[in-house]
Design a protein around this ligand. Structure first.
Ligand code: PXG
Length: 285
């Protein structure tokens, strides 16, 4: 179905929504993005996503030519204009067209793009049975080289990890950081359950500050579950009672096997199930 795509303040049919081949977003991955989701026509955690988009932009010295409130309104409008209930929204800001050189000061026209579309969900079977993942050799970007907290248009680090995972038959891949600690998956944050407590790597493990991660931490805390943001090793994963991933697209998805080792009982565990129920309740209200 042809979508109306927001580009620089206007809605145009998707075929006409184009950017220049001189855009530094294309030439260098110089730009930032967000992936959001709508439930029943309402965009979930819109302020948090827009805030992270502006923080990513700030970190790469990219000035977005509209306010956060205007961005929220434009995202809402993109969902309404396309008549979307349960959908996926991609907000992109590129550095804009410049010269064939790195200098961002030669780009004067950042492009603001919002695409609202249907959501492509993981098969339901994966939620019931759980995922099998592997640890890949590609480590997460060193924070001193390119902070994983920036959701930039350069996702090659994650794509290389995803390729390695896919070639091993896994749709998600576990990435370690430069210290060998557990960081995150290619598009999802990681949680473990051990002795009734919830464990997840801290931000300084070099990960994206996931919005679903924050929501899950809050749901768990409200339910009286102790949550620890602590450095984790592969060993911690292997001996965990439960493991699950969180992300805008995946929501909460159980992991039952890591590097060919069964996690816990080898089936989605009770805390994963209970947090998933709470998450579904939250997004449906
Ligand atoms: N880590 C990374 C590297 C991500 O890219 C997450 C964690 C989870 O963050 P949120 O804020 O979504 O809970 C992400 C987000 C896609 C897709 O199309 C990927 C993400 C989000 C939406 C869609 O694969 N990644």
């Amino acid at each position: 179905m042809s979508r109306q795509v927001y580009i620089n303040g206007k809605f145009v049919p998707s075929a006409e929504a184009t950017v220049s081949v001189f855009d530094h977003g294309l030439l260098y991955g110089d730009g930032v993005f967000e992936g959001l989701r709508s439930y029943g026509g309402k965009v979930f955690q819109i302020e948090a996503h827009v805030r992270r988009l502006y923080e990513s932009a700030l970190a790469i010295c990219l000035e977005i030519p509209m306010s956060q409130a205007e961005m929220c309104a434009a995202i809402d409008l993109a969902v309404k204009t396309n008549g979307i209930d349960d959908g996926y929204i991609r907000a992109v800001v590129t550095r804009g067209a410049g010269t064939l050189g790195l200098d961002p000061n030669r780009c004067s026209n950042p492009q603001v793009i919002i695409i609202a579309d249907a959501i492509a969900l993981y098969p339901q079977e994966l939620y019931e049975k759980g995922l099998e993942i592997i640890t890949v050799s590609v480590i997460r970007n060193h924070p001193a080289a390119l902070s994983p907290r920036i959701k930039s248009l350069n996702y090659l680090n994650n794509i290389l990890a995803k390729i390695e995972g896919l070639r091993a038959g896994c749709i998600e891949a576990l990435m370690l950081n430069h210290k060998g600690e557990v960081a995150e998956c290619t598009g999802d944050n990681v949680f473990l359950v051990r002795d009734g407590r919830l464990l997840t790597p801290p931000l300084d493990a070099g990960i994206l500050s996931g919005i679903t991660r924050d929501v899950v931490v809050e749901l768990a805390s409200k339910a009286g579950i102790e949550v620890l943001k602590v450095p984790l090793t592969k060993h911690d994963v292997y001996v965990a009672d439960e493991c699950f991933l969180t992300g805008t697209a995946a929501e909460i998805i159980p992991v039952v096997k890591v590097d060919e080792r069964s996690i816990g009982t080898g089936k989605p565990g009770p805390m994963t199930r209970s947090l998933t129920e709470k998450f579904h309740e939250l997004v449906r209200t």
